[in-house]
Design a protein around this ligand. Structure first.
Ligand code: C2E
Ligand code: CA
Ligand code: CA
Length: 406
């Protein structure tokens, strides 16, 4: 393949959700499925191609004598179709699915280890894009992976070095214009810069430090309330964002109760924001248990970014939700996109019909504020009122606004 015009491909194939087949239907079914996959692969490829089972549900194929990269894509498409055909085992019908990562040689590497590694990176990307498809290796994937790994390592160090702080963004009671509370937003001070959470929360979840990070945020948030209370100010509640992994931990509610007690705060002062994707987590069972315990403890539960996820009204029934937070993408369209105005009104009505409080986020203009107030939205948050404030500025923010002294 090193000769000009010649090309080969290494395909890495991995069955999606194979573990579930083993768990649900038993290992005999898993074994039979693996054999069927082997047979189906052999059926598609040529005699001169090589097929190997690397272990578990991972297969690798070496294709030779390709004219162009598109030829590898054609074969991958065919493999996905053939492997996706229904598979029957003892009366049960399975719909197998797999993902494929492709590296080309000599383009993506000239030794086996490099080609395997690059095909694996492409496979990871195929899965991240939603499984059931294929993906070619690209150098940018490797760069992204290395960047994520570097951020992951820096996160672990950052937790040890206390490099995380919070900013607090005020929430306003629309009818009265009074201060109602804050949302705590995590910030990472890294080499003198403040890094925004969108850049690292996902990675913190992947590398398993979200629990420690979330604990820091919660403690900073409670500490801020404690400090304001001690100054005779009225900070109201604080809303803290939760990731799925935090709610999966069995002892989470007890831990929260301990933190509240340590800072001498009532549970009613604390609010947790969760997105709908958290409720759809693979471990929705233990998440529901924790949410119900937290709710019983008196913590407010808010469904964040409402309307953007896999919005399902079933979530409002199956989980103890106290508040809905209208996502800022709908708020943005108030006054310009009639659909958005309708969505916002509908969410407000839905929340109120169910006896919930409704919060609008991302409020930037007077027009948005007026619309939300007119339609009875309870609370609002956004640059219109205040940007997220450093924790040290919170007391100064509360004092001149005449927040009631306790
Ligand atoms: P979110 O929960 O939807 O938080 C609101 C985001 O909107 C914040 O961005 C905030 O700075 C921004 N924002 C506030 N007012 C306005 C406005 O008027 N206009 C616009 N365009 N944006 C506004 P931030 O701080 O970058 O946070 C991004 C996301 O990171 C958050 O979205 C939340 O999902 C996540 N996040 C933040 N802190 C934490 C945390 O402690 N734990 C977890 N798990 N996630 C967090
Ligand atoms: Ca939030
Ligand atoms: Ca939000």
């Amino acid at each position: 393949c090193r000769r000009p015009g010649d090309m080969g491909a290494l395909l890495m194939l991995d069955l999606d959700h194979f573990k579930e087949v083993n768990d649900r239907l038993g290992h005999n079914a898993g074994d039979a499925l693996l054999r069927a996959v082997g047979e189906r692969l052999t059926g598609v490829l040529r005699e001169t191609d090589t097929i190997a089972r690397l272990g578990g549900d991972e297969f690798a194929m070496v294709l030779r004598g390709l004219q162009r990269p598109a030829a590898a894509a054609d074969i991958a498409t065919k493999l996905l179709a053939v492997l996706g055909a229904p598979f029957e085992f003892e009366g049960q019908v399975l719909q197998p699915r797999c993902s494929i990562g492709i590296s080309l040689f000599p383009r993506d590497g000239s030794d086996v280890m490099r080609l395997l590694k690059n095909a694996d990176i492409a496979l990871y990307q195929a899965k991240a894009k939603g499984r059931g498809g294929f993906c070619f290796f690209e150098p940018a994937l490797l760069e992204a992976l290395e960047r994520r790994r570097a951020i992951g390592e820096a996160l672990q160090a950052g937790i040890a070095e206390q490099a995380f702080e919070i900013e607090l963004q005020p929430q306003i009671h629309l009818a009265s214009g009074c201060h109602a509370g804050f949302e705590a937003l995590v910030r990472w001070r890294r080499d003198g810069d403040l890094v925004a959470p969108d850049e690292f929360i996902g990675i913190a979840e992947e590398v398993g430090v979200i629990g420690a990070l979330g604990r820091l945020v919660l403690r900073h948030a409670l500490e801020t309330l404690r400090r304001c209370d001690d100054l005779g100010l009225d900070p109201g509640h604080v809303a803290v964002n939760l990731a799925a992994a935090q709610l999966r931990a069995p002892g989470f509610t007890a831990e929260v109760a301990n933190h509240l007690a340590e800072f001498g705060l009532e549970a009613g002062r604390l609010e947790f924001e969760v997105t709908e994707s958290v409720l759809l987590d693979r471990d929705a069972g233990s998440i529901a248990v924790n949410l119900r315990e937290l709710h019983r403890l008196g913590v407010t539960i808010t469904l964040d970014d409402f309307g953007t996820g896999a919005a399902s009204l079933a979530h409002l029934k199956g989980f103890p939700v106290d508040r809905l937070k209208i996502d800022r993408c709908f708020v943005r369209g108030i006054g310009s996109d009639p659909d958005d105005a309708v969505f916002v009104r509908t969410i407000i009505n839905l929340a109120h019909t169910l006896g919930m409080i409704v919060v609008a986020e991302g409020v930037e203009t007077a027009e948005q504020e007026a619309f939300l107030e007119l339609h009875g939205c309870d609370l609002a948050q956004g640059f219109r009122f205040a940007r997220p404030l450093p924790a040290d500025d919170v007391a100064a923010y509360l004092a001149p606004t005449g927040a009631l002294a306790r």
